[in-house]
Design a protein around this ligand. Sequence first.
Ligand SMILES: [Zn+2]
Length: 124
Amino acid sequence: MTQGEREKVCPNCGTALREFQKSGLLGCAQCYHVFEEEVLKVVRRVQGKTRHVEKRESAEEIKEQLYLKRKVLQDRFREALNEEKETEAIELETEIEQLDSTLEGKKQSPSEEKKERFDREDVT
Ligand SMILES: [Zn+2]
């Protein structure tokens, strides 16, 4: 286990930080914790992009990233509750609620719910 600062690797599925940064995709639930910082950074970057580019594909990707972010926030929310950090918990809860409304706003058809498994549909 020589985990230098050069590259983080998920101990569970072996996804390297570099791979995640390249593809924007995580391998497993453990990745959210290992790459938490980077996940949030990517989410912010992707969110910023949508203001300028409105492609159907990227909308799907953003939704994916938002779900990831939501998972991270929920974990932190639970931690904050456990540690009785009330202020932090409230802040996180607000963020999660905002995310929820963003996600709901992005829903375009009732069948969208089926996509919660992060499946990617490559229409080629
Ligand atoms: Zn992983």
